[in-house]
Design a protein around this ligand. Structure first.
Ligand code: PGA
Length: 251
C-alpha cells in the first residue's frame, strides 16, 4: 500500500513572517501518520520553515536544486545544502522551470540523480501542454520525460522518487483534469515504469497537480493510481491546504 503524500509548492510567494505563520498553522493541524505532508517554501525561507516544523509531522522540501555538489555556480544551490538545512524533498523539473528557465529532460534527469545521491527525495514533475494534448501527444511527451530520468537512474530505484503528473494547462488556471483524465495518465506512467523496472512500479507514488482545491481533492485522490497531490495556489492558505491533506487519507 502506498502512503499518500501532499506537497505544497509555495512558488515565489510570501515573506519571512508569512512562511513562519503558515508553517506553524500546519504544524498545529497535527497531521496523523496517514498522510505525508511536505511544504516547499522559497529558498530564503527554508531555515525559517525548518525551525517551525522541527519535531512535527510536516516535512520540508525545496523547489529546485543544481546537480553539482559545489563550485562556481553563482545563484545555484547544491543538494547537500538543502539536506543541511533540513530538507527531505525537492521538486525537480516543474513545468515553470522547464518553460521559463529552459530546463531540458536531460538536465532534469541530472537533478534527480544529484538529489537522490544526497539522500533527498525528488518530486519529479511531468506533464503536457494544452497544444500537446490537442495533438494527442500527451503520452509521447510524458514518456520522453520519464525515459530521460530512467536512462540516468542506473541501479537506483524508481520507488525512491515521487512523480507528479501536472498537466501544464491545469496549473494555476482553475482548469483541473477530471479524475478520469488524470487516472488515465497516472496509470500510463505506472505502466511505463513497470515496463522498465518491473518490481518498482507499484511502490512509486504518483501525485496529481494542477488547480487542486479542497472541493476537488477527494475525487482526484480517490483514483487508484493517484497517491496524493502537488499543490500550488491552495497551499498558501493553511485551511485549504490542510483540507486537501486530510482528503488524501485513504479510507
Ligand atoms: P496550482 O499549481 O495548484 O496553483 O495549479 C500546481 C503546481 O504548479 O505545482
Amino acid at each position: 500500500m502506498r502512503a499518500p503524500i501532499v506537497a505544497g509548492n509555495w512558488k515565489m510567494f510570501g515573506s519571512v513572517a508569512m512562511a513562519k505563520n503558515l508553517a506553524e498553522a500546519l504544524v498545529a493541524e497535527q497531521f496523523s501518520g496517514d498522510v505525508d505532508v511536505v511544504v516547499c517554501p522559497p529558498f530564503p525561507y527554508i531555515t525559517t520553515v525548518a525551525n517551525a516544523v522541527q519535531g512535527s509531522t510536516v516535512g520540508l522540501g525545496a523547489q529546485n536544486v543544481y546537480p553539482e555538489s559545489e563550485g562556481a555556480y553563482t545563484g545555484e544551490v547544491a543538494p547537500a545544502m538543502l539536506k543541511d538545512c533540513g530538507c527531505s524533498h525537492v521538486i525537480v523539473g516543474h513545468s515553470e522551470r522547464r518553460a521559463l528557465f529552459a530546463e531540458t529532460n536531460e538536465m532534469v534527469g541530472r537533478k534527480v540523480i544529484a538529489a537522490l545521491n544526497a539522500g533527498l527525495t525528488p518530486i519529479l514533475c511531468v506533464g503536457e501542454t494544452a497544444e500537446q494534448r490537442k495533438r494527442d501527444e500527451t503520452f509521447k511527451v510524458i514518456d520522453a520525460m520519464i525515459q530521460a530520468v530512467n536512462a540516468q537512474l542506473g541501479g537506483r530505484n524508481w520507488s525512491d522518487l515521487i512523480v507528479a503528473y501536472e498537466p501544464v494547462w491545469a496549473i494555476g488556471t482553475g482548469l483541473t483534469a477530471s479524475p478520469e483524465q488524470a487516472q488515465e495518465v497516472h496509470r500510463h506512467i505506472r505502466d511505463l515504469i513497470r515496463s522498465e523496472r518491473l518490481d518498482e512500479a507499484d511502490a512509486v507514488r504518483i501525485l496529481y497537480g494542477g488547480s487542486v482545491k479542497p472541493g476537488n481533492a477527494k475525487d482526484l485522490f480517490g483514483q487508484p493510481d493517484i497517491d496524493g497531490g502537488l499543490i500550488g495556489g491552495a497551499s498558501l492558505k493553511a485551511d485549504d491546504f490542510a483540507a486537501i491533506c486530510h482528503a488524501a487519507v485513504k479510507v
